[in-house]
Design a binder for this molecule. Structure first.
Ligand code: FEC
Length: 306
């Protein structure tokens, strides 16, 4: 009997509860505890979204949907970057099921060395330590099903918005030093242009790109930030509203529910702009099935097993 192929579904991770925020933040900061001011700021953002941590259940639902779509030839485990179960725990779980080959897939559609690259390196190291072979899906923003989901979500969000509404595609900002010779900005532009075409948006006035959720560190992060773009749009005197499509994220988590639904919405109200954002992918079954096929194809291409 052929051993199943292991799949580690990798995601950012969220605190277990309010008491875990400091340890989580310390992990994100690579072991450096946050200052009391930084910690308080993060605690208050979680409080503003109701003291909830929706990413955990959504990540688990995405993992379950992928496992179901992959079927019995695959053993699937969750491995997170900043919370338990960690990537190394996910690898240990599939290793325990007797697999020799492991495919990693990150719940983020675009590749950057500073995001997907870090997940992939940790999985590779953990696999090598156990003598297993691992490969990680580098990106999946090119999946037609994902692009169609985003285009349909934009069309739904535009209904009911004022005539002069601009669609803004956002993704997590990264420090400029990480983006030297990095494919992330080009991938984000390419997927946004393709989704905009599918949604029938006008090239020059109908859509644009913005960044969000830049870290609280002194080094320069890629911009323009969504809040600055909203300021500029209002300043033209010609724009009445914006639809934000957070294409770089896959779930309703802090960076979407606080940074967009709260902070960006507040800025838009202040500027007199209407603002809404497209629904998140979460565990959409059509896209999860397409992503599962990409995982199986990666196993087939890498080792001739699907
Ligand atoms: O809902 C939640 O509890 C977690 C939401 C969450 C997601 C997420 C995704 C990405 N991040 C990326 C890069 C960075 C870099 C730093 C950084 C810092 C934070 C902090 C929180 C946080 N991130 Fe995050 N990120 C989420 C949450 N992120 C909280 C710490 C406080 C703050 O700055 O807001 C800076 C690290 C440092 O200090 O050195 C860099 C990228 C993604 C999208 C790809 C992915 O999901 O992996 C890139 C979700």
């Amino acid at each position: 009997m052929i051993a199943p192929t292991g799949v580690v579904v990798m995601a950012y991770g969220t605190p277990k509860g309010p008491e875990d925020i400091e340890a989580y933040y310390t992990h994100i900061r690579r072991g450096r505890p946050p200052t009391p001011e930084l910690l308080e700021d993060l605690q208050s953002r979680y409080e503003t979204i109701g003291g909830t941590f929706p990413l955990r259940a959504l990540t688990e639902a995405q993992t379950a949907a992928l496992a179901q779509a992959l079927g019995p030839d695959f053993v699937v485990a969750l491995g997170q970057k900043h919370a338990s179960p960690f990537i190394e725990d996910g690898l240990a779980a599939v290793a325990g099921a007797g697999v020799e080959y492991v495919v990693g897939v990150v719940l983020a559609p675009h590749y950057s060395r500073g995001s997907v690259g870090e997940y992939a390196a940790r999985l590779q190291e953990a696999a090598e330590a156990r003598g297993l072979r691992a490969v990680t899906v580098t990106h999946w923003h090119d999946l037609p099903e994902w692009r169609a989901f985003q285009a349909a979500a934009i069309a739904d969000s535009l209904a009911g918005m004022p005539e002069h509404t601009k669609v803004l595609f956002t993704a997590h900002s990264l420090p400029e030093r990480v983006l030297v010779d990095d494919p992330y900005p080009d991938q984000l532009h390419e997927s946004a242009a393709s989704i905009a075409t599918l949604a029938g948006l006008d090239r020059w006035s109908g859509w644009g790109l913005a960044w969000q959720s830049a870290g609280r560190t002194p080094d320069p992060w890629r911009g323009p930030d969504i809040l600055a773009v909203l300021d500029d749009l209002a300043g033209t005197g010609k724009c009445e509203g914006a639809v934000v499509c957070p294409q770089g994220f896959t779930a309703d988590h802090l960076e979407v529910v606080f940074d967009l639904d709260n902070a960006a919405a507040r800025r838009a109200r202040h500027l007199g702009l209407a603002l809404t954002r497209t629904r998140s992918l979460n565990a959409d079954p059509v896209v999860m099935a397409a992503l599962a096929r990409r995982v199986a194809q990666t196993a087939e291409d890498s080792w001739g097993r699907g």
